[in-house]
Design a binder for this molecule. Sequence first.
Ligand code: FAD
Length: 315
Amino acid sequence: MSEVLVLVDHADGSVRKSTFELLTAAARIGEPVAVFVGDAAAGEAAAPTLGEYGAAKVLVASDAAYSEYLVAPAAELLAHLVTERQPAAVLVPASADGREIAARAAIKTGSGLITDAVDVAADATASKSVFAAAYNSTAKVTAGTPFIAVKPNSVSAEPASGAAAVESVSFAPSDASKTARVVRVEEKPASGRPNLTEAAIVVSGGRGTGGDFSPVEALADALGAAVGASRAAVDAGWYPHSHQVGQTGKAVSPQLYVAAGISGAIQHRAGMQTSKNIVAINKDDEAPIFELADYGVVGDLFSVLPQATEAVNAR
Ligand code: FAD
């Protein structure tokens, strides 16, 4: 069976859920092989968990260049692995880094890349959700090795048995790839909430909050959700830009997206339209967000959100 390379998404060795989703998708095409780029000990430690989601092997590449420089060394590594192992496909998380690594590696190997896939079939055909989730399109790479960037939360991760034998990869990235250094900047102290682009539930607030995000945060905490914001709320300085959802913010695709006091402008939709279930709370019954919502509540968010929070907490 042909190998399918899966780029492991991890934060200092802690593997993100999106990787397990990719392994499940990879198993439909061939034998999942995880590519762990980072510290060798962390890669070894992650191997059993990767095996529990079907990884037959874990290739660990631990050159210091991967953590010291931006994506170019990792892209060279991936291109090298594709040339050497001729996998049936390469799956990466549709994160900013994942997309860029895949794009650079695809160019180096004369391959095609499909971004923002929401599903992957056994023949490496990818589905994409387009026009405010009104249509699904399918795409297939016709040149080289298919590189597919899959959105988090699109495929459900299923446990599977894999041997997860660890192989260390010795590959030295070129000096040309070592140009843009990584600079680590501490964001504000962690809120304990999940990462916005990975969260299964996102509760977002807009201009309708008037700057008071406390009911949005309370519902998010009751649901174990991440907090998002519209650009109007971010531009007003009510919430950090790192939480902005939309065309010029982050793209999210959770199981549940709650939009409170958000009108539903096209640029906001661009970042959340592939959410599985959308709930809108808006006091204007003609707000465009209701065209997209699966469930809508016409009402004041300062009354609706606390009631929802109370109901969730009472469970
Ligand atoms: P508004 O459109 O002002 O809507 C506020 C809503 O809250 C209204 O529907 C109102 O009825 C409702 N409301 C008010 N009070 C309450 C209450 N008490 N209870 C319940 N409902 C209430 N926007 C993004 O979000 N993300 C982007 O990435 C983004 N990128 C952009 C890029 C470009 C190039 C441009 C031109 C625009 C971009 N925008 C983006 C801005 C976008 O066009 C909208 O202006 C923005 O999304 C509006 O934010 P909003 O829905 O919070 O505010």
